[in-house]
Design a protein around this ligand. Structure first.
Ligand code: IMP
Ligand code: MG
Length: 186
């Protein structure tokens, strides 16, 4: 797809190589038992698909939908669960798989909810981390790439539901139209 408003930040090859490394690290950190992956919809499902296959352990997969309202490219702190898990987390090793940690509002809220379900352990894997933007603390055990404070799309990440299917992760330089009040749905 050619689009003059996009500049490649991370190529498909770089992303794939890093996911393989994360998979090896996660495999080594969980030497036995089943690992319960929780994919945060929608953006993280592309990362999840590759990460799950890079982990050489028995994994199970479930999905959770979260929305946060905000103006265009930022979330406001109002977080809502739009799709809950189908399974119990009691006594499970849980790895939450997220596309990007930005303000930290979404994950901070989510971890709080999931901890109440008594997992044996809970950690976070995020493909991208924008540490400069953090408003709430989140401990991310597995970070793909730390990136500067720029709005990125591709490999699952969207702007108004567009660009999720790009193989590369790109900086969106000229967002189409003025951002209005919109729903950021993962
Ligand atoms: P939070 O600000 O850490 O709560 O992130 C909320 C959600 O906003 C993330 O899960 C993404 O879906 C979305 N988001 C944050 N930064 C970006 C970005 O640069 N591009 C696309 N989506 C983003
Ligand atoms: Mg998301």
């Amino acid at each position: 797809m050619t689009d003059s408003s996009l500049r490649v930040l991370l190529s498909a090859a770089e992303i794939q190589a890093r996911i393989q490394e994360l998979g090896k690290q996660i495999t080594a950190d969980y030497p036995s038992g089943t690992l319960q992956l929780i994919c945060i919809l929608k953006g993280a499902c592309f990362f999840l698909a590759d990460l799950a296959r890079a982990i050489d352990r028995e994994v199970r997969v479930d999905f959770m939908g979260i929305s946060s309202y905000g103006k265009g490219k930022t979330s406001s702190g109002e977080v809502r669960v739009t799709k809950d898990l189908d399974i119990s987390l009691e006594d499970s090793d849980v790895l939450v798989v997220e596309d990007i940690v930005d303000s930290g509002v979404t994950l901070n809220y989510l971890i709080h909810i999931l901890e109440q379900r008594r997992p044996k352990s809970i950690r976070v894997a995020a493909l991208l981390d924008k540490p400069d933007r953090r408003l709430r603390p989140v401990h991310v055990s597995y970070v793909g790439f730390r990136i500067p404070d720029e709005f990125v799309v591709g490999f699952g990440l969207d702007y108004a539901e567009k660009y999720r299917n790009l193989n590369d992760i790109c900086v969106l330089q000229e967002p189409p139209g003025a951002p209005g009040q919109c729903l950021l749905a993962g």
